[in-house]
Design a protein around this ligand. Structure first.
Ligand code: APR
Length: 165
């Protein structure tokens, strides 16, 4: 079941929330900053053991002070205009997060709109990629949540999902 919610992802009591991180996995701005603030300093300490994460891949950590049991940190692509394989890398970021979740018996998972903030990926194009992968994995999870930060993002996700269905 795919749910589109306007929510601060750090508040969601799900098995895993996904973080739109950078290659260091050591925190940053946007949702990355919010998740690290809410999880506490142990998240950064734990992530140091990962030794970084390439674009499109995902790494798991405990949720620490978050209501979520786990954080799955993934690195989305920076948008350079669409000619540098951005769509495939964004697909991989969602797909590898799902694959990692399945390996840890995670049944409920929430995603931010990866790459659509600092990394400047066009919101509607990103939503199309996100929802296509979510629909592919829908039957394997009890809850898949698109945690949108703004009402505008909710509207974009809802209109894209309606076209996909
Ligand atoms: N809950 C849900 N969504 C959020 C939250 C939040 N608390 N805070 C921000 N967002 C949304 C943004 O509105 C945007 O739609 O997350 C989406 C992703 O935006 P960014 O956080 O800027 O992530 P991204 O575009 O993937 O850029 C990643 O930014 O913060 C740095 O360290 C991070 O270098 C990395 C880069």
């Amino acid at each position: 079941m795919i749910e589109i919610l306007q929510a601060d992802i750090t508040t969601l009591p799900v098995d895993a929330i996904v973080n739109a991180a950078n290659h260091s996995l050591l925190g940053g701005g946007g949702v990355d900053g919010a998740i690290h603030r809410a999880a506490g300093p142990e998240l950064k300490q734990y992530n140091q053991t990962h030794g970084g994460c390439p674009t499109g891949e995902a790494r798991l950590s405990p949720g620490f002070k978050l209501p979520a049991k786990y954080v799955i940190s993934t690195v989305g692509p920076v948008w350079y205009g669409g000619e540098r394989g951005e769509a495939a890398l964004l697909d991989s970021a969602y797909r590898n997060s799902f694959i990692l979740a399945l390996q840890h018996d995670i049944k409920s998972i929430a995603f931010p709109a990866i790459s659509t903030g600092v990394y400047a990926y066009p919101k509607e194009m990103a939503a199309r990629t996100a929802l296509a992968v979510m629909k592919e994995y829908e039957s394997k999870f009890e809850r898949i949540i698109a945690a949108c930060h703004t009402r505008e993002d909710v509207d974009i996700y809802e209109s894209v999902l309606a076209k996909l269905s």
